[in-house]
Design a protein around this ligand. Structure first.
Ligand SMILES: CC(C)(COP(=O)(O)OP(=O)(O)OC[C@H]1O[C@@H](n2cnc3c(N)ncnc32)[C@H](O)[C@@H]1OP(=O)(O)O)[C@@H](O)C(=O)NCCC(=O)NCCS
Length: 201
């Protein structure tokens, strides 16, 4: 038994498509209830999610009970927003970062951002980047408070994303989160310490 919440992170599989879509719908509902326009006008189908999962770049976070309560993807940059020159730089791009509401605000999000930085670093990349909803200053502030720097806003004729952020892949901010994240790939707990993660202590 552990005295702190334990989460398990692993690569998403095709069998997870419905769970990840359910998370997305949950986030859409939360955004709608909060009066935030982000994601409320889009439909997100199983086909799209299967594509992401098939590419092997999506990760899910589970509780000890096996409930999928979070997701994130790390992939190449979106050419709708980043310039060819930026896309040639050593960076990973964060997408589909979602936590179920009952697992937010407890430090897990910060640990996952550190994990995403670690993963970015471990593939030899220097920057963790993302594009997000252009007008959502609440979300921009979330990332700014977590060490991301604002790069630019690039309007798109149809899509509402385009606010661009990046942070150094070396950054680790969640030093004292009262939880454990077990990385199924590493086979042990992820420790958000700068540089290579330590083995389980
Ligand atoms: C983004 C997310 C994973 C972060 O989880 P977390 O690290 O536990 O952080 P919290 O959920 O506690 O959010 C911290 C603050 O950011 C705000 N915030 C989070 N997502 C937001 C969003 N999409 N729009 C506006 N504000 C948002 C929260 O309301 C909270 O504000 P407060 O400090 O004033 O209460 C989680 O909030 C989430 O799933 N949000 C909805 C999906 C989403 O927008 N993902 C980002 C896509 S780029």
């Amino acid at each position: 038994m552990t005295d702190v919440p334990t989460y398990h992170l692993r690569v998403a599989e095709e069998a997870d498509v419905e769970s990840v879509l359910a998370l997305r719908r949950h986030a859409e509902q939360w955004l709608r209830d909060a009066g935030i326009e982000q994601w409320t006008k889009s439909e997100y189908g199983a086909g799209v999610m299967k594509g992401w999962i098939g590419a092997g770049s999506t990760f899910v976070v589970q509780t000890d009970d096996g409930d999928i309560i979070g997701s994130l993807s790390l992939d190449a940059g979106d050419a709708d927003f980043w310039t060819p020159e930026e896309l040639s730089e050593p960076a990973r791009y964060l997408y589909k970062f979602i936590l179920r509401s009952d697992h937010r605000g407890n430090g897990l999000g910060d640990v996952l951002l550190d994990w995403a930085s670690y993963r970015t670093e471990s593939t030899g990349d220097l920057y963790l980047r993302l594009d997000c909803w252009r007008d959502n200053t609440g979300l921009h502030n979330y990332y700014l408070r977590r060490g991301f720097q604002y790069i630019d806003t690039r309007p798109h004729p149809i899509r509402m994303s385009g606010a661009l952020f990046e942070r150094s892949a070396e950054l680790r901010l969640a030093q004292s989160a009262p939880l454990r994240l077990i990385d199924g790939n590493l086979g042990h707990q992820f420790h958000p310490v700068p540089g290579v993660p330590r083995s389980q202590g």
